[in-house]
Design a protein around this ligand. Sequence first.
Ligand code: ZN
Ligand code: MN
Length: 254
Amino acid sequence: MNTLHMNEMSWIAYRDRIARDNSPIFLPVGALEQHGPHLPLGTDALLASAAAASAAGLVDGIVAPALSYGYKSQPKCGGGQHFCGTTSLDAQTLIGQMCDAVREFARHGVKKLVVLNGHYENQWFLIEGIDLALRELGAKSQLRVMRLEYWDFMTNDTLAAVFPTGFPGFALEHAAVIETSIMLYYHPQLVRLDLLPDDAPADFPPYDIHPLNPAWVPASGVLSSARGANAEKGRLMAEEVAKRIADAVQAEFG
Ligand code: ZN
Ligand code: MN
């Protein structure tokens, strides 16, 4: 039985893969966060996990279970913390999770770790967790970590094809065309196209106010319309992302 998924392997099978093949480990990181009425709360972790599995399949990698809770949702990129269902971590908790995971993979003898982020707000806390772990492991550690946001692997040509009338930017893409399309490709049974909201795009001032004003955020939680999302666009983005992540892993880790 061959599986990409660490949590489906025995410890013996996993140990042998690390020792014999020096396989890269992919660690997806997501969030439990509202994604409008049409996408599930787990979208960021589901998409990071799907991208990780697709890329891992191209480089003989192993996919670890996702860290499935993320840093606090921000109004301008995730809608904010006022939505029921959004379940977020304090920064030090996420930093601690990331740091502990890196330390444990190093203990297993892993030399190639790919941290694949699917939730905008996580970025700097993942960097901090990785940095603290590597500092603790010291110069003799052989572990190297690649950290990435999967959407950065989409080319301008693909974005132009997905957004024929202009790309609104990744932050406003929360629960919109990109995430909805890729969910339609990987998890069509979890998407409710009949519930697609049609709010105007959110229009934020160039500053934040704390505590946040929920009136800034469309009531649906979607920051720009998901109209125009379809599975074919999802396939285009998902295949490009997986291929280009795999190429980066090959280039850096061999
Ligand atoms: Zn998302
Ligand atoms: Mn998110």
